[in-house]
Design a protein around this ligand. Structure first.
Ligand code: ADP
Ligand code: MG
Length: 794
């Protein structure tokens, strides 16, 4: 049993504005616990009633400042928890902080770069790597992904997500058994045998969550997401199974509604917007008070699900995410205060071991048989009929495995049946006689040494040949996969650069099947997967089916989508990722070729060693001299070359595997970005269509046209860009880099000449008479005019 208080860490999100920096300081004295000091700016300090303090100091296990990388966060926070989960203890990591402070970035990761991947993908990678290394146990991994919104649980991996909205799905409910263990009804568990499968599940859940979100429910800030890795391990032959769960939790935004007192002053008492967080705080307060016997876990779904993680059988870690800007000071102080209380909670983690009932049954059956046999001997009831063919065969098999078993205490179990005992003796006698005859003949031969050595070598060669064959197969699968993937990426590139008039003719959806968005090949390990893990196909069908993106799109709408896509900030990310992906493909291809070369070389070296050896033996026979027991110089040299080549091969193979994971991750990021793009387009389109109807017939007036929607975040970023011109943000905001036309129009990114859209007055648009198509065409014309306006070409 391990007793431990909940570990608390703080992570400060990078601020863009430099002047914010004097707002906090980090004190990291080697000997003391690090502390974070939040300094209230003068004008704000006056606003707090009963509060003349100018600064607040909070202690944390460790504080990660703005520039700390995702890798550092994983190494320091998540890796120790993952290790204890591998050892059989439950673990939980939860991120707490106001909306926009970096919870999702920390737990799941950023949507742009591979290096931005967060705790979940890194933990999955680490766990699967460790499982592969440890062959002493049999491991099984399952994944579940739960979203709690408005006190209701939803299964983010439920296949029915495809057909329904969040509210129509069966609710996940909490059940408590007589031992007060919590069970979640309707939450599906998906087996993942590889890192890729687990990663697919993560992205599938995230995409489901994004699709289910509407501006009304604001699921991403108001809901809690619990990604759980269920790990069970067992030593071969043992009946004891160890079960451990790792919850990775992205909580809802912790922002509160502040009560405003007379004169607009802020009162320090503020309420959570989110009821679950209110209950979470109550549970934490109760747990941190020494003499409280009742802990109100049952008040909310989230506290019930996380019951073990809070004051129970779990190693728990909290990450307080802070966005330390002036306007967020009070929220940041609340987050730190919450963390201080959490730090008082003590947990007791125990190893979760239980007996596997199936193995127990086998063990008991064996025991019964032994007892029956013993009884038969004691009562003298011996069977006399001859043993059947099957019984004889089974007996001989047992004798063979008994003889092969090197363990000094191995037993030959035949039961108390005298017929079987007799047969065993006969069989052993026969074997012994055969061996004696064989043994004498060999002893008289001069090549005894050679023969006693040879079987060993034969065995070694066979093993190497098998391994080689396996690797060959793996490489073939990988190379085929890479070829297909490359072709898809090229198709996608080709598609995006296709002439727009051609696009008009092609009448296809913006993401036709066959693009990287289309059904993707399963990872190479697919044939060994569990039946429920065909998530890639499921995911891609979901990505197509769910967004309301119809296969048959009218021309105008298609064109508008193209423009929308090109103008959208995310398309830069998609393009960037495409380029990186292309690079990775060629790297993987080159590596694949080098691996093939190394493989051929290994084969050649082995051949040479065998030949050399055969030569030596032949020489020995012809000259009637015994073959030297150690290989000669040349053979030794060949062997060391072989070793070296194998090492190289292995290193390249490992690298190729890592590349494969990166490629998969980038593709998933792209998929997600595209679904988001489609979703935003649909919303914008619907809004435009409505406003078109409302304003009809005055369609010539463009004043009511809304610009393409921008998230508050990106608007914020845009204004930040204008003041700071930070490179990082510039990438996101300037989708079409090029020289600015007019210096006073800095807010309008200019378009390269070839992409300019010719002006087309609404009156010259040929209408078809079909109302749906016509409204599409008009909307499209307006869309391009809106873009022209925004980009300074009109
Ligand atoms: P939350 O989930 O707490 O609402 P997010 O994780 O979505 O916040 O972060 C808000 C924005 O800030 C995102 O665009 C994210 O990429 C960015 N961000 C957050 N933390 C960091 C960080 N440590 N480094 C770089 N960008 C970050
Ligand atoms: Mg979030």
């Amino acid at each position: 049993m391990v007793k431990q208080t909940i570990q608390i860490f703080a992570r400060v999100k990078p601020t863009v504005r430099k002047q914010q920096q004097g707002i906090y300081s980090i004190d990291e004295d080697e000997k003391l616990t690090p502390s974070l000091e939040i300094i209230l700016p003068r004008d704000l300090a006056d606003g707090f009633v009963n509060n003349k303090r100018e600064s607040y100091r909070f202690k944390f296990q460790r504080i990660f400042d703005q520039n700390e990388k995702q890798e550092t966060i994983f190494e320091n926070i998540a890796k120790p928890v993952a290790e204890s989960v591998l050892a059989g203890y439950n673990g939980t990591i939860f991120a707490y902080g106001q909306t926009g402070s970096g919870k999702t970035f920390t737990i799941t990761g950023g949507a742009e770069r591979y290096s931005d991947r967060g705790i979940i993908p890194r933990t999955l990678s680490y766990i699967f790597e460790q499982l592969q290394k440890d062959s002493s146990k049999i491991y099984t991994t399952h994944i579940s992904y739960l979203e709690i919104y408005n006190e209701c649980g939803y299964d983010l991996l439920d296949p029915r997500h495809e057909a329904s909205s969040l509210e129509d799905l069966p609710k996940v409910t909490v059940l408590e058994d007589p031992d007060q263990n919590i069970h979640l009804k309707n939450l599906s568990l998906h087996q993942a045998t590889t890192e890729e499968e687990a990663l697919n599940l993560l992205f599938l859940g995230d995409t489901n969550r994004m699709i289910a979100e509407t501006p009304m429910n604001q699921a991403s800030t108001r809901s809690h997401c619990i990604f759980t890795i269920h790990l069970s391990s067992k030593e071969p032959g043992s009946a004891t199974v160890r079960q451990a769960k790792l919850h990775l939790v992205d909580l809802a935004g912790s922002e509160r509604v502040a009560k405003t007192g007379v004169g607009g002053q802020l009162l320090t008492e503020a309420k959570y917007i989110n009821l679950s967080l209110h209950y979470l705080e109550q549970v934490i307060i109760a747990l941190s008070e020494k003499h409280r016997s009742h802990i109100p876990y049952r008040n909310s779904m989230m506290t019930s699900v996380l019951r073990d993680s809070l004051g129970g059988n779990c190693m728990t870690t909290m990450i307080a995410t802070l966005s330390l800007e002036k306007r967020n000071i009070d929220e940041s102080i609340s987050t730190c205060r919450f963390a201080q209380r959490v730090a008082l909670i003590k947990n007791e983690a125990v190893l979760n071991e239980e007996i596997d009932p199936r193995l127990m049954i086998i063990r008991l059956q064996k025991e019964i048989q032994e007892l029956k046999d013993e009884l038969a001997i004691v009562t003298g009831e011996q069977r006399t009929e001859a043993l059947t063919e099957a019984e004889l065969l089974q007996l001989e098999k047992r004798i063979t495995s008994f003889l092969e078993d090197q363990h000094p205490e191995s037993k030959l179990e035949v039961g108390a049946d005298m017929r079987k005992i007799h047969h065993c003796f006969h069989y052993l006698k026969k074997l012994l006689n055969d061996k004696n005859i064989h043994g004498t003949s060999i002893a008289s031969s001069e090549i005894k040494d050679h023969n006693s050595q040879e079987p060993l070598k034969e065995e070694e060669y066979k093993k190497l040949r098998d391994i080689l064959q396996q690797r060959d197969n793996e490489i073939n699968i990988l190379v085929t996969m890479l070829k297909k993937e490359k072709k898809k990426a090229q198709d996608a590139l080709h598609f995006s650069s296709m002439d727009r008039s051609e696009l008009r003719r092609s009448q296809s959806s913006p993401f036709p099947p066959g693009n990287p968005e289309g059904p993707r090949m399963l990872p190479p390990s697919a044939p060994t997967q569990a039946p429920d893990s065909s998530t890639s196909q499921y995911r891609s069908s979901l990505l197509h089916g769910k967004t309301g993106m119809r296969e048959e799109m009218s021309l105008g709408r298609q064109e508008a989508f193209e423009i929308f896509k090109r103008d959208h900030a995310d398309s830069v990310t998609i393009e960037d990722n495409k380029q990186i992906l292309k690079q990775r493909f060629s790297e993987a291809k080159a590596l694949g070729e080098s691996i093939n070369e190394a493989r051929v070389k290994i084969g050649r070296l082995k051949e040479e060693i065998t030949q050399r050896h055969v030569q030596q033996v032949a020489l020995g026979i012809s000259e009637n001299t015994p073959v030297p027991s150690t290989p000669d110089l040349l053979e030794e040299k060949l062997r060391s070359q072989l070793q070296e080549e194998k090492r190289r091969y292995k290193a390249m193979f490992t690298h190729l595997k890592a590349l494969k994971v990166e490629i998969e991750h980038l593709q998933l990021l792209m998929d997600k970005a595209k679904v988001k793009l489609q979703k935003e387009f649909e919303a914008w389109w619907a809004e435009e269509a409505t406003s078109l109807q409302v304003n009809s017939p005055a369609v010539n007036s463009l004043n009511h046209m809304k610009p393409f929607p921008q998230t508050p975040e990106s608007q914020h970023e845009r204004s930040q860009l204008l003041s700071s011109k930070s490179d990082v943000y510039a990438r996101k905001i300037l989708p079409l880099p090029g020289p600015l036309l007019h210096s006073q129009e800095q807010s309008s990114p200019s378009i390269p000449l070839e992409d300019r859209i010719p002006e087309r007055p609404v009156s010259s648009v040929p209408l078809t008479g079909d109302s749906q198509t016509d409204s599409d065409i008009l909307a499209f014309v307006k869309a391009r005019q809106s873009i022209l306006q925004r980009t300074g070409f009109q």
